[in-house]
Write a protein that binds this ligand. Sequence first.
Ligand code: ADP
Ligand code: MG
Length: 413
Amino acid sequence: MSESGCPPGPAPEPHRIVKRTLRDLTAAELFRQRALVRVDFNVPMEDGRVADATRVEASLPTLRHLLKAEAHPVLLSHLGRPKGTPDPRYSLEPVADVLSSRLGSPVAFGGPADGVDAVAASRALAGGEVLLLENTRFLPGETSDDDTLAERLAELGDFFVNDAFGSMHRAHASTVGVTRHLRPAVAGFLVEAELLALGRLLESPERPFVVALGGAKIADKVELLERFAERADRLLVGGAMANTFLAARGDATGRSLVETDALEAARQIAERAGERLLLPTDVVVAPGPDEGASAEVVGPGEIGEDRAALDIGPRTRERFGAEVAGARTFFWNGPMGLFEREPFQEGTVALARAAGEATDGGAFTVVGGGDSAAAVRRAGMADRVSHVSTGGGAALEYLASGSLPGVEALDDA
Ligand code: ADP
Ligand code: MG
């Protein structure tokens, strides 16, 4: 996303989103109005400091747009998983300084989001100032979407902007409840970009449409697999997920990570996808993750009892790469192997490169999932693919089901 400012260009065609966005609010609707913004500042913390500010930076286009229009941004976010009570380890206070330095504007930290002080602070904001409130998950009614809490949160703004795509699969007080009491309720620019990119995969993707799925959690991804088993022209399956498919068709998988609970699901998905499903034709095996030195390439039926499949092999890399090269639309979730360990990253790196090259050739390419996004970044391809979703679970749920509670709650376009 561009850092220069806002808004980030006109909404790209052909896909349109059905929800109102910040772009749709007039200058008069913004001027000197309090913008209650749900952001995703669920950043990694180390020793009380922000270890990675990517998510803070992702909020800048929306916040700059609001400040330029002389709106008064009041920010809500969660951080970590405190259990409805204050826990200093999860305080958002350190994020205020990080945001201030990135934004180049003063950011006040306002304490508990449900307090009278917070409402007073929101009303006292001067032009160019931002107010960040404390972790919403310190509040007992947040995750249960308590309506009294939702109503109090709604008092913090004159309109609502949801820019926390990664939290939109949760019906919480700060994502859904607040919209019962505060309108307009619109999507911020980060959410808009996610909905445009993911929506294009859901509705009439240009064909061939190739999907690659991998990673470790097949049980979490059954719906995604089912959907793409129907809709994709090619379904490439690698990573530990492939082991479950191999086991489901009767191949020996040795010590490989296999989800025994998902064998029947894998069998049904394989049947539904038929010839469109491609499984590895060779795999990299080793006695364990720490024994990369003795890694070797074998066929899928040849995984020894004391070996684990930890990456796709060279023939599979080439085959999968050729499919991606021929795609007009490509979606990828889940690393092709145990990419955190150097000798098992080649399949993932090769697929990331293929995605980058396909994009150069005019294909529309999207990578989603926490580890997958980290993998394309590590492969240096994050800027070359069309869109890297920061949404994690929300992105996968949106692709699997076509809707999210936080999206449904916003004003219709
Ligand atoms: P995402 O976060 O992108 O949705 P997942 O969380 O499903 O992806 O899976 C990522 C994890 O899967 C990584 O930690 C990776 O090391 C692991 N993984 C991928 N392939 C294998 C494999 N063959 N054996 C063991 N772990 C694997
Ligand atoms: Mg993950």
